[in-house]
Write a protein that binds this ligand. Structure first.
Ligand SMILES: C[S@@+](CC[C@H](N)C(=O)[O-])C[C@H]1O[C@@H](n2cnc3c(N)ncnc32)[C@H](O)[C@@H]1O
Ligand code: SF4
Ligand code: SF4
Length: 323
């Protein structure tokens, strides 16, 4: 049965990025002149508070520490209005001072990307030498600040699964636990979020896992560790959906996406979507927060339900879209 309210509302604050990842060309973008202002973003936060303050806000983009002032404004507003925010970051720009204010702000959870425990692999994927080292320093600042305040703030990691790590998930998860993070989550490699790639993009991707037994070994290992009680964010069926996608990258045998029932996404210019990729389905954006309330847009979403509910694209296996 469809949920009454979204489980997550996403807000893109800053699109620019300091890294040059091989799998994500967001770094080619920057906020356009008609981007939402601080005040308009705060109105999004206030709307969430008035609607249902238990809906978490996920701040993503780009890299948010490039525009600390915009990030601080959203974080402060979340705190003022009792909205729980999660921040997605590559970690490389986080200084001690940043960590100290974040843990006392409306951001209650930070998710830092680590694609390998091997510095050279993470740096190759992230496109800039020294990234792994800087991300680790940023993560450690967050962990230290978390331990100092002990106010429920949590630190997670996010790892892109692919050819670069599926064969060594044991060592990867052991390393993540050795850092003392609160939880870990995993994303299957997707086509670039920005570039329009052909259907067979994965054949040209150096990160795409081509060996089926390697895929199965990595997924089985994560499922077993989850079953053994490790703090892994995914549910067991979500690992099965990732496996299904890795085995069927062009079209899945069934729809595995629950984004329409779960998500409302606000981009930098205020456009609202119910998954990150509605345009792939030929669907128009749902509307704009400048002209409609979040709630109005959410309630009108069933007009586009059939296209999304029957969608068999692989992005349904990402944790943000997963059933
Ligand atoms: C777009 S980034 C924004 C936050 C921040 N810049 C970072 O990298 O963590 C959000 C998440 O998407 C992941 N991501 C980026 N490109 C991806 C791809 N092609 N497939 C799967 N996940 C991807 C990143 O690793 C990160 O965890
Ligand atoms: S994945 Fe994150 S760090 Fe890498 S280019 Fe995209 S936005 Fe930047
Ligand atoms: S699978 Fe889900 S997230 Fe991907 S385009 Fe289809 S509806 Fe959107």
């Amino acid at each position: 049965m469809a949920r009454l309210n979204p489980t997550h509302i996403f807000l893109d604050v800053n699109l620019s990025c300091n890294l040059r990842c091989v799998q994500c060309a967001i770094y080619e973008l920057k906020n356009p002149p008609n981007s939402l202002t601080d005040e308009e973003r705060c109105s999004v936060v206030r709307q969430i508070a008035d609607w249902d303050s238990s809906i978490p806000l996920v701040i993503t983009g780009g890299e948010q520490f490039i525009d600390r002032s915009a990030l601080r404004a959203v974080a402060q507003n979340c705190k003022d209005h009792g909205v729980f925010a999660t921040l997605s970051t590559n970690g490389t720009l986080i200084k001690e001072d940043d960590a100290n204010w974040i843990v006392n702000s409306g951001i209650r959870c930070a998710v830092v990307s680590f694609d390998s425990f091997r510095p050279e692999i993470h740096d190759r994927i992230r496109g800039i030498p020294g990234t792994w080292e800087r991300a680790l320093r940023g993560l450690r600042h967050l962990l230290k600040a978390r331990d100092a305040v002990q106010n429920g703030f949590t630190v997670l990691t996010s790892t892109i699964l692919g050819d670069h790590n599926l064969h060594e998930m044991d060592a990867m998860t052991d390393w993540l636990w050795s850092l003392d993070v609160d939880n870990t989550l995993y994303q299957p490699l997707q086509p670039d979020f920005v570039r329009h790639l052909p259907q067979d993009w994965y054949l040209r991707s150096e990160l795409w896992p081509r060996d089926k037994s390697k895929i199965d070994t990595g997924i089985d290992l994560l499922k077993n560790r989850l079953a053994a009680g490790e703090r892994i964010y995914q549910r067991p069926n979500q690992f099965e959906d990732i496996r299904l996608y890795f085995h069927n990258p062009v079209e899945l045998p069934e729809s595995i996406c629950a984004s329409l029932d779960n998500n409302l996404m606000v981009d930098v210019i205020g456009q609202v979507r119910f998954c990150f990729h509605m345009e792939k389905l030929g669907l128009p954006v749902a509307g704009n927060v400048r002209t409609h309330s979040l709630r109005q847009l959410w309630e009108a979403r069933h007009n586009i339900a059939p296209a999304m509910k029957n969608c068999r694209l692989g992005c349904g296996s990402m944790i943000c879209h997963a059933r």
